[in-house]
Design a binder for this molecule. Structure first.
Ligand code: KMH
Ligand code: ZN
Length: 277
């Protein structure tokens, strides 16, 4: 089986230090969390950034500074900025990190609109998805197709048929978000059986579902996402001290199951990214 790519979603836009004091806000904290994940075996950092007070932002300069800090500590890691940002942001706000120079190798492309808790709606209309995809195509950025539900997979496939979304497709199935698909074996199977053969997929899940779903992904030949964005606990009632601890746990599970861990270089090969070495 292909080596396992581990993505660390180190920060997110919603979770706060009230849930876990180790959630990174400052540039230094973001660097520290990226480094701990990388040293533990993550080859991709899924990046949201914050103001020092924890407010989520898509500000380009803030991304630039945070990416600089991560690069100092993890020279070869793949950095995958969010274009989802936080609920309520405009499209232009959300897209800022793709206009960095040089552009990021990868970025998220959210594939549909959904309820996002309480009164929140995470809006991604068909036209928004096309617009984001085309902006990323122009810059040679590989999208990670964020699918929180089966309809989002179908939307991505439809846009692929219309040539807006390019092959090979790389999906991230986010399971267990209220408003999206459940974190269950049945539903993960449904998603995996819906994607083209030449595509790759990663699995992340919210809270207590993170490690059971990641374990399934490891067994099924998919890739794994862990991190504070999705889950702040190492085990029941035990807060993780760092993203590195969550990555270490995924590595332990993978090794027990006989799956080796991909380096950033190997991850680039698996995902078809350009190698600049
Ligand atoms: N924060 C969510 C509203 C992404 O990174 O593209 C969107 C999100 C997905 O986290
Ligand atoms: Zn995200």
């Amino acid at each position: 089986m292909e080596k396992l790519i581990i993505t660390a979603a180190i920060c997110g836009a919603e979770v706060t230090k009230e849930s876990n004091p180790n959630i990174p806000y400052t540039v230094e904290e973001i660097g520290r969390e990226a480094e701990s994940a990388y040293k533990s075996g993550a080859s991709i950092i899924h990046l949201h950034v914050r103001e020092d007070d924890g407010t989520p932002t898509q500000n380009k300069e803030r991304f630039q500074v945070c990416i600089g800090e991560i690069r100092k500590r993890c020279p070869d890691v793949i950095i995958l900025p969010s274009t989802g940002g936080a609920v309520g942001m405009t499209n232009e706000e959300r897209l800022q990190p793709i206009y960095l120079d040089p552009p990021p190798e990868m970025a998220t492309l959210d594939c549909g609109t959904m309820n996002f808790g309480g009164n929140d709606i995470f809006v991604n209309t068909e036209n928004t998805i096309i617009y984001f995809a085309e902006e990323m195509n122009k810059r040679g950025i590989k999208y990670e197709l964020e699918c929180f539900d089966k309809g989002m997979v179908d939307m991505a496939l439809k846009l692929r048929n219309m040539a807006y979304i390019k092959d090979p497709m790389h999906f991230n199935f986010m399971l267990g978000v209220i408003g999206g698909i459940n974190a269950s074996t049945r539903d993960l199977n449904f998603l995996v059986n819906s994607i083209p053969e030449n595509s790759t997929f990663c699995v992340g899940a919210i809270g207590k579902y993170e490690f059971p779903m990641v374990t399934l992904a490891i067994i099924m030949g998919g890739h794994a996402r862990v991190g504070f964005e999705d889950n702040v606990y190492l085990s029941k009632g035990v807060l993780a001290k760092s993203n590195g601890e969550l990555v270490e746990k995924a590595v332990r599970i993978a090794k027990e199951l006989g799956r080796e861990i991909a380096s950033p270089h190997e991850a680039r090969n698996i995902l078809g990214l350009k190698i600049n070495e």
